[in-house]
Design a protein around this ligand. Structure first.
Ligand SMILES: Cc1cc2nc3c(=O)[nH]c(=O)nc-3n(C[C@H](O)[C@H](O)[C@H](O)COP(=O)(O)O)c2cc1C
Length: 295
């Protein structure tokens, strides 16, 4: 286990013990002068979440060689503005055929480092297609391959999945990548505690931040399927050994403007009002297992 380098500025520390209280790993304790320390055991348990540094009201704690002065202050947010951002993001399927500027691309990449991961595993891989000419090569390759399969005689699962889109593809429509100049392909290590969830959280954050910068995005199930169908395409994403591709998001400058939000039908919501344990039959238990573990 790497050294966590937990350092307390004892002149600044006010002995409030907030760091001890907020440590999920129970790795910190207070010494006889009410100053926190990380024990040898704690060193092994620490998950490097940096809560100790973030919660300290006086910036007295450094961990992992991070200087608390380099952290950003925490702002208050306008909840209406956040809600409007959530409501007004749309799946963008019309893009300007131009690259985003380097500064915007860098902002989008930097933000990703703050997305949460289960157990603070903090290992994800993002393959960015930053140049629309490369994206054009990818779309040409995939679209041609799909057309060949869809117009050929051999029945296979690709034909079934994409049959509705045959005519559009043959007519030259970019059904898969929607003319997007960029895409990001996210992968997670197969041994990550939350291998299926972490990448989706990252792309959800990406989508909202991108939209706040005026960048359109689209979750792309089709491109994800293509990554699975055409391994030669997936290999181009330089996914590290032991990682699996989780999802794909298209993005770029939108060539469409939405004037208002949608008005979705409400999902189902339940308020849990009591807690009375019911004895389950073996059939109910088996049914529960299958409903919750399949797919
Ligand atoms: C997991 C997921 C996969 C999706 N895959 C595609 C896709 O392959 N192509 C596409 O055009 N839209 C795709 N979408 C976009 C949905 O069709 C879209 O979210 C839905 O129609 C609602 O529209 P809105 O996102 O503008 O609110 C996907 C959305 C999600 C959440």
């Amino acid at each position: 286990m790497a050294d966590k380098n937990f350092v307390v500025d004892k002149d600044k520390c006010i002995g409030c013990a907030r760091c001890v209280k907020d440590c999920i790993a129970y790795a910190l304790a207070l010494d006889e002068n009410n100053k926190p320390y990380l024990s040898k055991d704690g060193e092994n348990r620490c998950i490097s979440c940096q809560h100790c540094m973030a919660v300290c009201p006086v910036g007295a704690i450094s961990i992992l060689n991070k200087n608390p002065e380099n952290s950003d202050p925490v702002w208050n947010y306008n909840p209406d503005a956040v809600l409007n951002l959530i409501k007004s993001r749309r799946s963008t399927r019309h893009y300007k055929s131009e690259n985003l500027d380097a500064e915007t691309l860098q902002k989008l990449k930097d933000m990703l480092n703050w997305t949460p991961t289960g157990c603070n595993f903090h290992k994800l891989h993002f393959a960015f297609v930053e140049d629309k000419d490369i994206m054009d090569k990818i779309r040409d390759y995939v679209n041609k391959k799909l057309i060949k399969i869809l117009t050929g005689n051999i029945a296979n699962k690709i034909k079934t999945k994409f049959s509705h889109y045959k005519d559009a593809l043959v007519n030259g429509e970019d059904v898969i990548f929607r003319g997007a100049p960029h895409m990001v392909v996210v992968s997670a290590p197969i041994n990550a505690p939350c291998v299926n969830i972490d990448p989706v959280i990252a792309l959800s954050y990406f989508e909202l931040y991108a939209n706040s910068l005026g960048v359109g995005t689209c979750w792309c199930g089709f491109a994800h399927i293509c990554m699975q169908l055409f391994p030669e395409l997936a290999i181009q994403m330089k996914v590290p050994h032991g990682y699996k591709i989780a999802y794909v998001m298209l993005f770029g400058k939108p060539d469409i403007k939405y004037s208002r939000t949608t008005q979705p039908e409400p999902f189902e919501f339940t308020t849990v009002k009591d807690f009375t344990i019911q004895k389950l039959s073996i059939t109910q238990k088996i049914k529960h297992f299958f409903i919750n573990n399949i797919r």
